[in-house]
Design a protein around this ligand. Structure first.
Ligand SMILES: C[S@@+](CC[C@H](N)C(=O)[O-])C[C@H]1O[C@@H](n2cnc3c(N)ncnc32)[C@H](O)[C@@H]1O
Length: 225
């Protein structure tokens, strides 16, 4: 492992806004903030938005800046990526930001029933041929249902057309309420409306910049589970 990555790993372990106790359901250990994020960490009663597979946490940090009356938590397995968002949030004194480092497969060990109000999935890995690993495949949706409030909204942003179509198929097959979808967010302000358009085009993730540079269209699906 490179020196810079090792340095980030060491640094991220010391950040007050990063939780990386690797818990698994079979451990039977209860994560102390599970069910208590608002009272014990954020010290407010504001709704919680999760960014799953957050990478460098661009959505977590920028949404936290734009919506100070909401709380934001990014989750990813890659510590050296989380480092960037966590460092930025600390530098900007964003008290409404936290990060969790573990596999999203274990999201229920960190959040209690109805604790989460909204989920962003920016550019999840498409996992061709491994449908069940996709972050909005049925096993993951089941996990999200166990931690989300009744009307929690999921925002999926992707460059991958197959993934976009798969998401819409899931929505239709399971009769999930569908609020909005777009094949090309950058040319679709009419469908998206001003607020969504701003969130989808003004906040660009690391991967999104790469996809845009290679000429990909950015797709979006917003639904409830
Ligand atoms: C294509 S990257 C996108 C990162 C970031 N959202 C962006 O747009 O730049 C996918 C991210 O999802 C994370 N990821 C994929 N499956 C995961 C899982 N089961 N648990 C935790 N993280 C996962 C990877 O570590 C990676 O950072």
């Amino acid at each position: 492992m490179g020196h810079r990555k090792l340095k980030k790993f060491a640094e991220v372990a010391s950040f007050s806004n990063v939780f990386q106790t690797h818990l698994f359901p079979e451990d039977g250990i209860i994560f102390p903030l599970k069910g208590n994020w608002k009272t014990e960490y954020f010290k407010n009663d504001n709704p919680i938005t999760l960014e799953l597979g957050c990478g460098r946490g661009e959505y977590t940090v920028e949404l936290a800046r734009r919506y100070p009356k909401r709380n934001f938590i990014g989750m990813d397995i890659k510590g050296a990526r989380l480092w960037k968002g966590a460092k930025q949030a600390l530098a900007d004194n964003l008290a409404n930001v936290a990060f969790v480092r573990n596999r999203i497969d274990f999201v229920e060990t960190y959040f209690d029933a109805k604790e989460v109000s909204e989920i962003w999935l920016p550019f999840p890995d498409p996992y061709p041929g491994k449908e069940q690993k996709r972050l909005f495949a049925p096993p993951f949706i089941k996990r999200y249902r166990n931690i989300a409030s009744g009307n929690a909204i999921i925002h999926l942003k992707t460059d991958n057309h197959e993934l976009y179509e798969y998401a819409l198929e899931q929505v239709y097959a399971n009769h999930y309420p569908l609020f909005c979808y777009s094949e090309d967010v950058y040319t679709d302000i009419k469908t998206l409306g001003q607020e969504r358009f701003a969130l989808l085009t003004e906040i660009q993730t690391y991967y999104e910049k790469l996809f845009l540079a290679s000429g990909s269209k950015i797709h979006y699906v917003e639904f409830s589970i």
